[in-house]
Design a protein around this ligand. Structure first.
Ligand SMILES: C[S@@+](CC[C@H](N)C(=O)[O-])C[C@H]1O[C@@H](n2cnc3c(N)ncnc32)[C@H](O)[C@@H]1O
Length: 199
């Protein structure tokens, strides 16, 4: 397993991404085409910025990326890519929708690689992760355009099925994806909702 992790760590360095997590988005993009040229993308939990960089390259100069994180994200300027707008904020904050909409009202894609700070208590960590995942779905309901896509990290465990069912109510197609670049021993998986249906 260590070999696989070293491989992605080295690859990220070579490809000039700040984190190897970029391949968890790249693999899904190659399989399901979540992002398209010209899309507006909201990246929740964006720091240190690999997904935002990757998305900006895929959507190109006519697209836009807005990244939100509790932590600072180093500003990125990329050639032949979308502008990346960074917001330092908590997605649980009451006024977060208004803050995001200062940049743009609706997005074609919402991404979330949000992970809570883990405590080592599996049950508590899974519950924290699920609270954040539910919040990303709630924000998507307000911020996604019709037929938009949603790609979100979740930790499998109790209530996971219920979360997937909630995603199924809002998207025409739903997949659960475990990228090769995600540690096999990790309980993280990604829920992909494609083609958002506005209620
Ligand atoms: C695994 S990292 C994201 C890596 C990123 N996708 C990349 O490729 O560079 C998870 C991020 O979620 C952020 N996060 C956790 N809870 C958050 C919250 N409530 N609001 C905003 N960001 C949060 C953390 O600060 C952390 O930077």
């Amino acid at each position: 397993m260590k070999k696989v992790q070293d491989y992605y760590f080295k690859k990220a360095k070579k490809d000039k991404y700040p984190a190897r997590s970029v391949y968890k988005l790249e693999e899904a993009q190659q399989k399901y085409t979540i992002l398209k040229k010209g899309d507006a993308v909201l990246d929740l939990g964006c720091s240190p910025g690999s997904w935002a960089m990757y998305a900006a390259k895929i959507v190109g100069p006519k697209g836009m990326v807005v990244g939100v994180d509790l932590l600072d994200t180093k500003k990125m300027g990329l050639a032949n890519a979308a502008d990346i707008h960074l917001i330092r904020a908590d997605i649980m904050a009451e006024n977060i929708i208004r803050i995001i909409q200062e940049k743009r009202n609706h997005f074609n894609v919402v991404l979330s690689d949000i992970a809570p700070r883990t405590t080592g208590n599996k049950w508590a960590d899974q519950q924290k992760s699920l609270t954040l995942s539910r919040r990303t779905l709630e924000l998507s309901e307000e911020l996604l355009s019709r037929n938009g896509n949603f790609y979100c990290k979740v930790f499998e465990g109790e209530d996971f099925k219920e979360f997937v069912n909630q995603v199924k109510e809002r998207f025409k197609s739903v997949k659960i994806f475990k990228p090769k670049s995600s540690r096999s021993e990790s309980r993280e998986v990604f829920v992909l909702g494609m083609r958002f249906v506005r209620k």
